[in-house]
Design a protein around this ligand. Sequence first.
Ligand SMILES: Cc1cc2nc3c(=O)[nH]c(=O)nc-3n(C[C@H](O)[C@H](O)[C@H](O)COP(=O)(O)OP(=O)(O)OC[C@H]3O[C@@H](n4cnc5c(N)ncnc54)[C@H](O)[C@@H]3O)c2cc1C
Length: 324
Amino acid sequence: MRPVLVLVDRTAADGAVCRSAGALLTLARRLGPPAAVLCGPPDATAVALLGRYGAATVTATDRPELDEYPASARVELLSHLVRRTGPVAVLVASHRLGQEVAARLTARLGSGLVSDVVDLRRDADGPVAVQSALLGAYRVESRVTGGVPVFTVRTDAVEAAAAPVQPAVRRADLAFPPGVRAVRRIARRPAGAELRPGLATAAVVVAGGRGLGSQRSFGLVGELARALHGTAGGSHTATELGWCPRCDQIDQVGTIVHPRLYLALGISGSVRHRAAMQHAETIVAVDRNPAAPIFELADLGVVGDVHRVVPELLAEISRRKATR
Ligand SMILES: Cc1cc2nc3c(=O)[nH]c(=O)nc-3n(C[C@H](O)[C@H](O)[C@H](O)COP(=O)(O)OP(=O)(O)OC[C@H]3O[C@@H](n4cnc5c(N)ncnc54)[C@H](O)[C@@H]3O)c2cc1C
């Protein structure tokens, strides 16, 4: 059977396989046997995790070019594997690097790309990619009509499901042509506050609303976001009151967020606010009104005063960081 190539992300900090791999492999299984493509050594932990989500094979390439020239080297590696294995499709995570790799790979293959895919299925004519549009009001289905389809996947929208197998581990040895050296990564370091992830792509979003009570107290929102390495935002009202810049307004006409973790502090949960954050993977809300509509959405609700709950949370976070 033709495989489905899945480009696996590893964390910058310790090289561990990112959680996104589980979601990518889960969707890949709907199209055919997943073939995980691992940049770096095939250590036992990485292989076990990929096997847990059904990777039939793990092809590892441990070459410095993949670190130094991340986009072009990945394009080179994937096009080499496409030529060698003739896959049903190629899946990559839908982040900045993934988007670049996918676009360049598609141009190289002369095929078609569907981005920000939230679901995949296969019918008699091949893979069908599903995108979510207009705040989730529409599901758009597309098919690539020529060549090997390339899909970028919004992994935060996919629930990873385990399907354990024992993967066959292979190594791909290829010579990278001089062309991959066009753009070299010269440094990678933790971002300061000025380089925090944008709201729309942040994995952790802490949002504050009228319940904070004052601009001064709204500082708690930024403080908690920093402690969680996340990004701060605010409700329409918080913006209207001048506590939060307009560009950080989370609502239907502002920024739509889909983080892994969304913390709502003193936000009632109006329809227009919910439309912009309801796709968060996990929602935690703090509000002193137990009947606040935000609790209908929340996975975890804390009925309490933000001025008490947030400082306690900050203290607990720094206590845990200190004992790690
Ligand atoms: C003219 C107009 C235009 C509007 N345009 C928009 C728009 O473009 N986009 C939009 O999203 N909305 C809009 N709205 C609606 C409104 O701004 C939204 O409902 C907004 O999201 C509400 O913000 P909020 O949740 O911060 O405030 P509220 O709805 O007032 O909620 C505050 C919450 O904080 C809680 N709270 C209070 N004190 C504390 C405390 N000490 N500790 C814990 N919790 C506390 C309260 O129980 C409450 O649930 C508009 C409204 C008007 C009147």
